[in-house]
Structure formats: C-alpha cells, structure tokens
Ligand binder design. Structure first.
Ligand code: ZN
Length: 134
C-alpha cells in the first residue's frame, strides 16, 4: 500500500473527470486513487456536506431565481440561502457569486437525473432517513 497523495489526485481529478469517452482510464484512476476518494468523501461527510438521506425534489423550479437560467440544461442547482439571507433556487454560477454554502439550513445541492427529476445529493438534513420500502 502506498501513502495517500492528495496533491497528485487533486491535480489530475479535473482532467480525468471530463474524459467520459475513456471509461477505462476513469476506472484505472478510481482504482489508483481509491484511498484519496474515500478520504475526501469521509471528510466532506464530517463537514456536514455529504451522505445525508437522498430524496427527489417534489416540485423542482424551472429556472434560476437570480439570473433566470433554465435549470434543465444544467447538471446541478442549489436551493439555498444567499449571502444577504434571502433564500433562492440558484444555478451553480449564481451560487458561487451569491450563495452561502452547502449544508443543512444553508443550502441543498440537487443533481439533474433527467426527465425533469432532481435528486438531493448534498446538504440535506443529517437526521433524515430514507423511507423504508415496507
Ligand atoms: Zn443563475
């Protein structure tokens, strides 16, 4: 087992992440940096960002409240507080400029899973549990 190398992992991550045409390289990267990936996700969980219960947005917005960008063309949107304290549905660009943070009570991050559905993937209620299938 080698020592974790977060710097090399971090430098290569943006390049390998966009290589959708090379799933073999992505798989090799996920293998090579498995310790860094688990470590990063674990830290983000301890920070209160990741691994809360997931859910599907019951009534997703059509557009960004701040710039009116059409959300169905985007990968992510944030339902969260702005720096002024106002709450808004924000495209990622507006979130970076005006938003507060991802975390319960501040901002929920939704992933576009197609067909108009959005899955809560970060910043959810840490005490929430997925409904059981019973
Ligand atoms: Zn926007």
């Amino acid at each position: 087992m080698r020592d974790p190398d977060y710097r090399t992992f971090w430098d290569a991550l943006p390049h390998i992440s966009i290589m959708r045409s090379r799933p073999d390289l992505q798989e090799a990267f996920r293998h090579e940096y498995r310790e860094e990936i688990v470590g990063l996700l674990s830290w983000l969980h301890r920070l209160g960002v990741l691994w809360g219960a997931t859910s599907i947005h019951p009534s997703p917005p059509d557009g960004c409240d701040l710039c009116s960008a059409q959300l169905d063309k985007l990968q992510l949107f944030i339902d969260g507080a702005t720096q002024s304290g106002m709450w808004a549905n924000m495209c990622p660009k507006c979130f970076l400029e005006e938003g507060h943070s991802i975390g319960w009570g501040k901002g929920q991050l939704y992933l576009n899973i197609g067909n108009g559905d959005w899955r809560l993937v970060a910043g959810g209620d840490p005490d929430a549990r997925e409904p059981s299938d019973e």
